[in-house]
Design a protein around this ligand. Structure first.
Ligand code: GLY
Length: 348
């Protein structure tokens, strides 16, 4: 299995470091194809090209923005374009964009000529701290998210926070929830610092914060690349979150934000998590979004969606809960009445 090298922000710009690596012997003779969407083409590609001269002769492939690009049809079009352009097994696909571009690009790279190398240059916060790292690739099928995919590790992930400069605030906030998630399961000190800044309404997405989350994700993936155990901790807030995302038409991050509230409520009930931690998170969350008010009908609809979760096993709905901040417990079976009770209680 390929090991991923993270290129993190530091004294030297991460893109300049990427350029140094790509100009080395390992990449001699490699042809680069840059996979972009309209947003990354307009807002990020100029920055990337200004720093990475190794991409001077690269070809571009543009795909639709957002989930629309995550289909087998688009994957087939990209495979066709690679073939037509004479891409061989020494070709490197460089995915420049958010999680949708890296999900699609990773799958394309995994399948093309039985697997070519790929590099992720995430341009969203969610990409930098989560989606671009760890080799999960996927497209959607028949309206259902991420149903077809492979594990295919990117060879390099280049994290250059400067690329988020053009992101609208709501997209940064969307990524902030994944930052909270990562710290909640792995770094109590930084978690409480971040909650304090959210409470004050003054969030500073420092390079240190992004780097910490990227390193945590990378370390977890190294221990469990194929997601059989410890990697499940990264799903904190996601069992509720995925269902809430579909039901309440929220952005992924926002839904995970509400999902973490649900998971913390259940953690208080089932794992002895201190109620103050739940209350504090709830107050911080209120600074970012109006917590939804679920009716009995909503709870049944969300429950129905949770029954379909990919992570369920033997008919059980499984959640990641917290004993304490930084002490997650994976695969906790939760019964349907506990889910109903949770959704109604967070709505109070
Ligand atoms: N986003 C969770 C994972 O990559 O495992």
């Amino acid at each position: 299995m390929t090991k991923t090298r993270l290129i993190l922000p530091g004294r030297t710009n991460a893109l300049s470091n990427l350029n140094r690596i790509l100009s080395g012997p390992r990449y001699k003779g490699s042809k680069f194809f840059l996979l972009v969407d309209e947003n990354s083409y307009e807002n990020c590609l100029p920055v990337v090209l200004s720093r990475v001269t190794a991409f001077e002769n690269a070809e571009f492939l543009e795909v639709p923005v957002g989930e629309e690009c995550k289909s087998l049809e688009i994957a087939a079009q990209v495979w066709g374009a690679l073939l037509e352009s004479g891409a061989d097994r020494n070709t490197i696909l460089v995915c420049i964009g958010g999680g949708c571009v890296s999900d699609l690009g990773g799958l394309v790279a995994a399948g093309y000529k039985r697997g070519i190398r790929h590099i992720n240059i995430p341009t969203t916060l969610i990409g930098m701290v989560d989606a671009a790292i760890g080799g999960k690739t996927a497209v959607n099928l028949e309206g259902s998210k991420n149903q077809v995919g492979f594990f295919h590790m990117p060879e390099l992930v280049c994290i250059c926070p400067e690329l988020t400069d053009s992101l609208p605030d709501e997209e940064l906030i969307n990524g902030l929830y994944e930052v909270v998630k990562t710290l909640a399961v792995a770094d109590p000190e930084m978690y409480y610092q971040l909650i304090t800044t959210i409470e004050s309404g003054n969030v500073d997405l420092s390079n240190e914060l992004i780097t910490t989350c990227a390193e945590i994700k990378s370390a977890v993936v190294k221990q469990d690349p194929n997601d059989h155990g410890i990697r499940h901790i990264l799903n904190f807030g996601h069992t509720f979150g995925h269902a809430i995302e579909v039901h309440s038409q929220l952005r992924h991050g926002e839904a995970v934000g509400v999902g973490m509230l649900c998971a913390m409520y259940l953690s208080v009930k089932k794992m002895g998590l201190n109620m103050e931690i739940y209350d504090r998170y709830r107050n911080a969350l209120k600074k970012l979004l109006a917590p939804p008010k679920y009716s009995l009908k909503d709870t049944e609809a969300i429950l129905a969606l949770m029954r379909q979760d990919k992570k369920n096993r033997d008919g059980l709905i499984l959640c990641v809960l917290l004993q304490e901040v930084g002490v997650p417990v994976i695969d906790v079976a939760v019964d349907e009445n506990e889910i109903r009770d949770t959704l109604l209680n967070i709505s109070k």
